[in-house]
Design a protein around this ligand. Structure first.
Ligand code: NAP
Ligand code: MG
Length: 489
């Protein structure tokens, strides 16, 4: 007879000793200005706002609030740099700057990871092992393309666009900045970037790296602020391309604003991914993938596997293993190397998640949360599982962007394809099965930009990423990511 370990008893008996990452090596200024034309410049409004640590609600630094006048200065600096320097520079020289920035990011990786976790709430293990290495990898990858565009697009005569306006969210702050800046620069464009209001600090540290790298002034400009700062970029006539990652609602506003202009645009928007487990899947491995897909990074992942579909015959086993595993997840201090689930990024986002947990209960799904304790101060949410969810439930239809998983069952392949595609979104999906034929059948029928098979949430600079339907259009990453920053003569 095999003996099963009760995870509750296990957790009570064995607690990890705290293993906090040191903060003594980081250098942060009490106040950050805007990065325009290679210099840190005070905002014309004279206003700054606080960036706080969501794990303890304490202020970390003050960030400048850019208005239309500041955005105009940044766009003009980017235009001048484009016309006078960057578009004229030999591509291999542009590549050298990108290589230099990539190496400097690697040298400062530890500091960047700590600041990312302090400012955004994600566990240090993730910013250290996933975010920052991928940031450097994106700069390295696109550095390599800078002088090979004619090989990437033979006989098509690729030319740069001009000034790219780039607006990014708070879930992968520095990684999203790298996704945007590296391909734009490799293709010969200059940039005005706006980070999210709750997570501007690593973008400003990147500005310091860029300054130190000797990149010609005005090639990268970073303006911090709120939604109206983003809108000022979108509406500025000097912008030739908008690259936006964020919510579907703001994506729609942007599309309306630029209708009738000749600004090029890529939109990376929300998601509601299906993660599908067949009865022939390696169940333990699949459960680990589900946990990774929805609970790590607090579910603040656009491609989070927030809808789980389990084949009926293995439903009881999957739920039992999933609940046991959830009991072992460590929620708490993002700076502790043992932490699995850190702080929710902001009070606003926590309110949204709580609203959906309430909807889940009201709509009749059965809720499970592990018994873990969460700190008193800061913004926290226990990993949450909803069983007996149905297609019409709001927790199944709408993006929550938090650690909340809704489970449904299915019997046949056709049924699960229909259910998985019954969503306004189409960003990503996951399939867990022993059969290659099933994987190929599903990947051709699921309407999602990225489909992982027997793994989840794996990223690489060489592979394109992007959505269908209300998840947006255009691809970032890989060769496809270059095309978004080029015209073809
Ligand atoms: P958001 O509210 O749409 O904000 C994204 C960015 O747009 C922020 O910098 C925001 O500034 C700015 N912004 C707000 N209103 C604007 C306007 N009217 N015009 C121009 N810019 C404006 O999204 P979020 O809540 O930060 O991020 C979560 C969303 O991002 C989720 O829906 C998620 O799925 C999506 N996301 C998608 C991908 C993808 O690749 N598809 C990746 C990551 C995240 P403030 O910060 O000041 O509001
Ligand atoms: Mg913050």
């Amino acid at each position: 007879m095999t003996k099963t370990i009760n995870p509750l008893a296990f957790n009570a008996a064995f607690k990890y000793a705290p293993a906090p990452e040191s903060k003594t090596h980081i250098q942060l200024k009490p106040r950050y200005d805007l990065f325009i034309n290679g210099k840190f410049t005070a905002p014309s409004s004279g206003k700054h706002f606080d960036s706080i640590n969501p794990a303890n609600e304490l202020k970390i630094a003050e960030i400048a609030e850019a208005n239309e006048k500041d955005v105009d200065m940044a766009v003009k600096a980017a235009k001048t740099a484009y016309e006078k320097v960057w578009s004229k520079m030999a591509p291999k020289e542009r590549g050298k700057y990108l290589f230099r920035i990539a190496r400097m990011i690697q040298e400062q990786a530890r500091e960047l990871a700590v600041i990312e976790s302090l400012d955004g709430g994600k566990p240090i293990r993730e910013s250290r092992d996933i975010d920052i290495p991928l940031v450097a990898a994106h700069f390295f990858y696109y550095a390599g393309w800078a002088d090979k565009l004619d090989y990437a697009y033979p006989n098509k005569k690729p030319v740069s666009l001009g000034v790219a306006g780039q607006i990014i969210p708070w879930n992968f702050p520095l990684l999203m900045a790298a996704w945007k800046i590296a391909p734009a620069l490799a293709c010969g464009n200059t940039v005005v970037l706006k980070p999210a209001e709750t997570t501007s600090l690593t973008a400003l540290k990147l500005a310091e790296i860029i300054q130190e790298s000797g990149l010609p002034e005005g090639v990268v400009n970073i303006v911090t602020g709120f939604g109206n700062t983003g809108a000022a970029i979108v509406n500025h006539p000097g912008i030739n391309k908008i690259a936006f990652t964020g919510s579907t609602d703001v994506g729609k506003i942007i599309q309306k604003s630029i209708a009738g202009t000749n600004k090029k645009c890529t939109l990376e928007l929300g998601g509601k991914a299906a993660n599908i487990i067949f009865e022939d899947a390696p169940i333990d491995q699949a459960v680990e993938g589900i946990i990774n897909g929805i609970y790590f990074n607090q579910g603040h992942v656009c491609c989070a596997g927030s809808r789980l579909f389990v084949q009926e015959s293995v439903y009881d086993m999957v739920i039992r293993i999933l609940k046991d595993r959830m009991e072992t997840l460590i929620v708490g201090d993002p700076m502790d190397k043992n932490t699995d689930i850190g702080a929710i990024n902001s009070k606003n986002q926590l309110d949204t998640i709580r609203k959906y947990i309430k909807y889940g209960k009201e709509d009749g799904a059965e809720m499970f949360q592990p018994s873990c304790e969460v700190p008193n101060k800061g913004f926290w949410c226990r990993p949450t599982l909803f069983m007996n969810a149905s297609q019409s439930h709001r927790i199944v239809q709408e993006e929550i962007f938090g650690p909340v998983l809704a489970v449904q069952t299915f019997r046949t392949v056709d049924e699960v394809i229909e259910k998985a595609n019954n969503t306004p979104f189409g960003l990503s999906a996951g399939v867990w099965t022993d059969k290659g034929s099933k994987i190929f059948n599903l990947t051709s029928k699921l309407r999602a930009g990225v489909i992982w098979a027997n793994t989840y949430n794996k990223f690489d600079p060489t592979s394109p990423f992007g959505g269908y339907k209300e998840s947006g259009f255009g691809r970032e990453g890989g060769l496809h990511g270059l095309g978004a920053y080029l015209n073809f003569n």
